[in-house]
Write a protein that binds this ligand. Structure first.
Ligand SMILES: Cc1cc2nc3c(=O)[nH]c(=O)nc-3n(C[C@H](O)[C@H](O)[C@H](O)COP(=O)(O)O)c2cc1C
Length: 224
């Protein structure tokens, strides 16, 4: 399975089997996290065999069960942190899917177990990604109408449309899909976060999907 297929097959999974992540998958994830941390400056950590974060009222209210592993999305608290966590976290989500694992981004419905991860001075835990072998594979989410997420002329290139289709597969907080992709007259693309809960993280996730489906070689981003 490649990363595009992973994006098509991925859905949020909240109920997990009582099965530890295999040693091979764990090593692959640790390797990918180390690469990302080295290039991004983030301090992402894989937490395994830690059931307490998803054991409380909030997690059960959020319909989580059997979560014993998660990825802690941590970095220096600056203005880009949320979007960066979205972008690199989604790389890990899709990579996990290629390893036969399931995931769910979680901003609210968990408890912070501070002994399970380490924070350097000035760092912050932004959110976590539950990970493990799902009891089922999840289901496709509903999409906003395309006109609400796109500004482009009718003759925008095919790669732009494919990028938007990819972005619409992305997970967003409460499935809000408040992002917008704009095709500029000079051939560049601008991505805007709407106003909303964790909208900047959503933007990072959606931009990752857009690049994957549009092809990075086809365009450049223009800042809003
Ligand atoms: C930034 C972010 C935060 C999220 N926080 C939670 C959460 O606290 N609890 C939860 O159950 N799901 C959470 N989700 C999962 C979304 O509800 C889910 O991605 C969305 O409904 C779309 O469904 P899909 O992921 O199956 O495509 C979050 C997703 C994102 C991207």
């Amino acid at each position: 399975m490649d990363m595009k297929q992973a994006a098509m097959q991925r859905h949020s999974v909240r109920a997990y089997k009582d099965r530890p992540i295999s040693a091979q998958a764990k090593a692959a994830l640790e390797g990918r996290i180390a690469e990302i941390n080295a290039k991004s400056g983030l301090h992402i950590q894989l937490v395994t065999d830690e059931p307490k974060a998803f054991d409380g009222f909030m997690a059960h209210y959020g319909k989580f069960s059997g979560v014993k592993n998660y990825i802690a999305m941590i970095g220096r608290a600056d203005k880009d942190l949320q979007e960066k966590c979205g972008y690199y976290g989604e790389d890990l989500v899709l990579f996990a899917q290629t390893l036969g694992l399931n995931t769910c981004w979680v901003a609210l419905t968990y408890r912070k177990i501070t002994s399970a991860y380490s924070l350097e001075r000035g760092e912050k835990l932004v959110l976590v990604i539950a990970i493990g072998y799902g009891a089922a594979q999840g289901a496709a989410h509903k999409n906003r109408p395309r006109t609400e997420v796109v500004s482009a002329p009718l003759n925008a290139p095919a790669w732009f449309e494919e990028g938007v289709d990819g972005a619409l597969l992305a997970p967003t907080a409460m499935n809000q899909q408040k992002f917008r992709f704009i095709y500029n007259a000079d051939g560049t693309v601008t991505a805007r976060a709407g106003a909303g809960f964790y909208a900047k993280t959503d933007l990072g996730i959606a931009k990752y999907h857009f690049e994957l489906f549009a092809g990075k070689q086809n365009f450049e981003w223009k800042q809003p």
